[in-house]
Design a protein around this ligand. Structure first.
Ligand SMILES: [Zn+2]
Length: 278
């Protein structure tokens, strides 16, 4: 049996104080996909901590152009180019994203990288524009891109089908809402944003920032028949008490497991339904 695993490299929202911006590594056997990069060079440290050498990384997906998701991608690209210039990187590094993402990455790299890097970029970095409905494969991981239906900017997510038939969905930093619910209906695992608990809405003001609360997400997850809910892009005032606080609030509506992982937490993605009564 091939092991499917999720490593949360970061779990915070745009201005985290005790965590890194939300991003993760999805792995199945030897196949790896980095999803979002967070906002800075810290991504390289997180990959190192996760035992993922950029020399072995060949696929990345970026959900949208906001600073807390895209600038880490530039650092990963820079590191790959550096390795390539040192003859320590083989093959190409594919960066998948919507048209806004690929255009922004192209521009940022052109304006900020040394000429030797931008020249090498043409042969090593494959910027691939994807639209909702497009499909691709990364080894044993098959991906279908979806519209996260964000009101903040154009935001793209994906549904991955892993070996053993486990399904995994990602909505960028968008919450599960009535607008995007159909696209992840019945999925085993869903990673989505939950900015804070509903009880704390007057402290963190999620709605003013185009975000939603744990309670909102839990209600939609029950409606969508999601197996296991993995919440991220959260406030990080008290990360240790967050999992219980969020799981308790979610349980009013959602019967399945609710995880609010800490940075660098690893989640084995088995059959999500096996956990449904936990
Ligand atoms: Zn964000």
């Amino acid at each position: 049996m091939i092991s499917n695993r999720l490593t949360m490299l970061g779990t915070g929202s745009a201005f985290p104080t005790q965590s890194y911006h939300s991003c993760f590594l999805l792995q199945s056997g030897k196949d790896s996909l980095l999803a979002d990069g967070g906002g800075g060079m810290e991504i390289l440290h997180r990959l190192d901590q996760a035992g993922m050498s950029p020399a072995s990384l060949h696929h990345m997906f970026v959900s949208h152009v906001h600073t807390d998701h895209i600038f880490g991608a530039v650092w990963v690209i820079r590191r790959v180019l550096q390795l390539s210039l040192e003859n320590s990187y083989e093959g190409t590094f594919q960066v998948l994203g919507n048209a806004e993402v690929t255009a922004a990455i192209q521009t940022i790299c052109r304006l900020t990288l040394l000429p030797a890097y931008t020249e090498r970029m043409q042969s090593v970095i494959s910027l691939t524009t994807v639209s909702p409905g497009d499909t691709t494969r990364i080894g044993s991981i098959s991906l279908q891109f979806i519209d996260a239906c964000s009101r903040g900017c154009t935001q793209t997510g994906f549904v991955a089908t892993l070996p053993d038939g486990v399904t995994f969905g990602f909505l960028g930093d968008e919450s599960l809402t009535g607008r995007n619910l159909q696209q992840v209906s019945g999925i085993d695992y869903l990673v989505c944003g939950a900015y804070c608990s509903y009880a704390d809405r007057d402290i963190f003001h999620p709605y003013e920032k185009h975000h939603h609360t744990v309670r909102d997400v839990a209600r939609e997850a029950a409606e969508a028949g999601v197996g296991c809910l993995i919440l991220c892009h959260c406030e990080d005032r008290d990360p240790e008490s967050r999992p219980l606080l969020y799981a308790t609030e979610a349980s009013e509506f959602f019967r399945g497991p609710v995880m609010t992982p800490a940075d660098m937490e690893v989640i084995e993605l088995t059959d999500g339904r096996q956990n449904s009564l936990v």
